[in-house]
Design a protein around this ligand. Structure first.
Ligand code: AVJ
Length: 328
């Protein structure tokens, strides 16, 4: 389908909307293929239906889940310096913008010529873009509905502006390191020479602290993980028994990643879209990897992608890092 552009006038400010029509994932095929593997697997992309997005927002408020508030603290404290690195009057692209909350802490200092949020969820994107345009009158907002994890082309040229991309939240940790480097290289292609990537990366730390962040006392993360099965039951006509699976999060120190699993608490069979899958007691479905880095390790990954690390900011406890990388 042809990309289309429409302009909506919000209460204040103007929002241009570009629909790149991201191909809807073939959820049935992906789920069936993942469950047929020796180590059963489901993609973390499947977490974010309406209920999953609500649960994720709740995770970000948990006392155990330190990344969100720590990153926002770093952005608040060092926003002016970051703005200087990225340059005024920039074309600022945010990948996976969601509710566009974190960018608000930077917009005052950054004063971009254009803010371009990119997100796969059309309704959420439009609502967030209009809220933002209303809060920052005069800001030119170009909302792009696209899947940032696959190739896409910027719908508008703004060659007269310096280019910057913002990728917060340690979302890069969801990629395997190889795939993370390939993804960053694609972002570099979009930015062009001299373009900068401001990226949030969670740091390696004490195992107990890491595991607590993914296994909170209130069970919000457990509900987030289990919601995947609820979603598959509803959308694919499956019969997962929610009481026969439990949430588990472990830090795999060798691979520097927190892994989330859903563990079958008994030997059982499950029907999914007309196929039968057998589970032994204790067998897991691997649902998410969240890679953690050391600062030098992340800089090596950035270099592999073709970026040069220009500056890094952390919090006093070195829980989280925000990097300015330059594409040359
Ligand atoms: C949004 C992928 C960065 O890995 O920390 C939070 C998702 N999973 N709790 C993360 C998540 C469980 C989050 N990312």
């Amino acid at each position: 389908m042809k990309p289309e552009t429409t302009t909506a006038t919000a209460a204040a400010g103007r929002v241009h909307f570009h629909d790149l029509h991201p191909t809807p994932a073939d959820m049935r095929a992906e789920v069936l293929a993942g469950l047929a593997l020796a180590q059963k697997r489901l993609s973390p992309k499947l977490f974010y239906d309406a209920e999953g997005s609500r649960l994720f927002d709740a995770i970000c408020e948990l006392s155990e889940y330190y990344p969100t508030r720590t990153e926002i603290g770093i952005l608040r404290r060092h926003g002016a310096e970051m703005a200087e690195r990225l340059g005024r009057e920039a074309l600022l692209i945010e990948l996976g913008s969601g509710s566009s909350l974190k960018i608000r802490t930077l917009l005052e200092a950054l004063r971009p010529a254009v803010y371009m949020p990119v997100d796969i969820s059309k309704e959420h994107l439009l609502q967030s873009a209009e809220d933002l345009a209303a809060a920052f009158p005069g800001l030119d907002v170009h909302a792009v509905c696209a899947d940032y994890s696959s190739a896409f082309v910027l719908p508008v040229d703004h060659h007269d502006h310096p280019r910057a991309a913002f990728f917060p939240g340690s979302s890069v940790g969801n990629f395997e390191p190889d795939a993370a480097a390939r993804f960053m290289a694609r972002v570099g292609q979009i930015l062009g020479p001299g373009g900068r990537l401001l990226i949030g990366v969670d740091l390696i730390k004490d195992k107990h602290r890491l595991e607590a962040a993914y296994n909170d006392a209130d069970g919000v993360t457990a509900a987030f993980n289990l919601n995947l099965l609820t979603r598959i039951n509803r959308e694919l006509g499956a019969d997962f028994d929610l009481d026969a699976f439990r949430h588990e999060a472990v830090f795999n120190a060798e691979l520097s990643r927190v892994e989330m699993h859903l563990i079958s608490t008994k030997s059982q069979q499950v029907q999914v879209a007309g196929e039968t899958f057998a589970f032994t007691e204790g067998e897991s479905i691997h649902t998410e990897c969240s890679y953690k880095y050391r600062i030098d390790g992340f800089h090596a990954l950035a270099a592999e992608a073709g970026f040069t690390a220009e500056q890094v900011w952390t919090d006093p406890d070195e829980l989280f890092s925000v990097h300015c990388l330059v594409w040359e």
